[in-house]
Design a protein around this ligand. Sequence first.
Ligand code: NAI
Length: 332
Amino acid sequence: MEYTLTLIKGDGIGPEVTGSALRVLEAAGVRIRWDEVLAGRKAIERFGTQVPGTLVESVRRNKVALKGPTGTPIGKGFQSANVLLRKQLNLYACLRPVSNVPGVRTGYDDVDLVVIRENTEGLYSGIEHEVSPGVVITLKIMTEAACWRIAEWAFTYCRYHGRHKVTAAHKASVMKMSDELFLRCMREVSERYPFIEYEEMPIDVVGLHLAMDPTRFDVLVLENLFGDIMSDLAAGLVGGTGLVPGANIGDDCAVFEAVHGSAPDIAGKGLANPTAMLLSAVLMLEYIGERKAAKRIRNAVYTVLEAGRVRTRDLGGTASTSEYTQAVIDAL
Ligand code: NAI
């Protein structure tokens, strides 16, 4: 079967890491016709907006996209392309599976957790105003509908992926209405899944436990800002954002992308680690049902990392993005 999927190369190291993924997907024999569209800085230059209509239409049509990181110009009034895309396509669930990678030693063994972040509201509503000079308000929006939706999605994910425990992170002691609403929805949905353990934990305590013993977590469910911060922290536990895949999933379509940003400091130098993008492509293959190819690519990546001879600079090696990609292809 030949698939038609949307490709967003993105900014900074985006073209390098998506280029790596395309080479590996082709070598694995997956037949994909890429519908390439612009987002981020390149889209601003061409269309004056981060997320042009052609991009949204392409993902709506093809249902699945592979996306490189996009840069957001700070202080120029542009909203993040990611925030816009997630809202426009209703990609309400952000999935980030975080586990140890063979051969990459960190302070923790046996990390195997999944961060599920609500992607459309919370403190990332993007609604801000200056009440009077020097006084600014940012709104944290929480709706029962979105809280229910992410709770349902999280427990369904657990059921299909053999996960056994859900931790709902919150700060209900301070944000008594919004986070209590989130917890109420999580609690009500959890009652339908008595075979999945459910607990609630203040976000600061989640941070403490992640730093001291991340193995105590299985699936973490969080509102938008908490989820953003904790998923990067979790990535740091297993070797950094260059290693952790991600997906933004809605009822109609899904966008697969690495956790990291466009890394302007190393862009165009062949230094980027494409592992996170390769593993995001693996998630994408699993989503479209190409499980065999997904497994082969994941195994090839793990084989190269475990052998340790070919590594990018962030992991202490000297290989370029391209040399590392070739090693993965050879391992296939
Ligand atoms: P970043 O993730 O781009 O970079 C942080 C550090 O990690 C830098 O030192 C960078 O060199 C390194 N790094 C990141 N990815 C790497 C990789 N694959 N291999 C090796 N090293 C890597 O985060 P930063 O600097 O906060 O953001 C830069 C830009 O990216 C901003 O414009 C931001 O808005 C955007 N961004 C986009 C995201 C997306 O499109 N999903 C996510 C996060 C940030």
